[in-house]
Write a protein that binds this ligand. Structure first.
Ligand code: 5GP
Length: 122
């Protein structure tokens, strides 16, 4: 899948639409999800043009990957959720219902998050 420069996170990164920013550094931007599914629901996106984890893990440079994942941990610590716990999640593709085709990690926290994957359909 080709990267689409008109996706919503690309527009946020270019400052064309607003976001509720919690962190920014050389490699990443983190902001609150517009439709939170847990009391704390933060998205961390790399600044580079990657469609998903599949693209990012294959094509991003080592420094970029390290910088991005350091930012994920930093954001969780800054949000104050490291002690009680949190979950990170990255959707890739159709089966995972990825909505926005710019790689992002969700940080879910702020309540007991239950089992890992909902077990309704096998
Ligand atoms: P995905 O299914 O692609 O992993 O998740 C995309 C996430 O982006 C969803 O949780 C959705 O609520 C969030 N989202 C979609 N549009 C916007 C937006 O314009 N601003 C913010 N902050 N989050 C968005």
């Amino acid at each position: 899948m080709e990267y689409d420069d008109e996706n919503i996170f690309a527009k946020i990164l270019r400052g064309e639409i607003p976001c509720s920013k919690v962190h920014e550094d050389k490699w990443s931007l983190a902001f609150h999800d517009i439709s939170p599914q847990t009391p704390i629901h933060i998205l961390v996106v790399p600044k580079g043009r990657y469609v998903s984890i599949d693209d990012f893990s294959k094509n991003a440079g080592g420094e970029e990957i390290a910088g991005f994942f350091r930012a994920v941990g930093h954001v969780a610590r800054e949000a104050g959720v490291s002690e009680k716990g949190y979950r990170i999640l990255a959707n890739h593709g159709r089966d995972a219902h990825q909505e926005v085709p710019h790689f992002h990690v969700h940080i879910f926290a702020g309540r007991d998050l239950g089992g890992m994957v909902r077990n309704t359909v096998k």
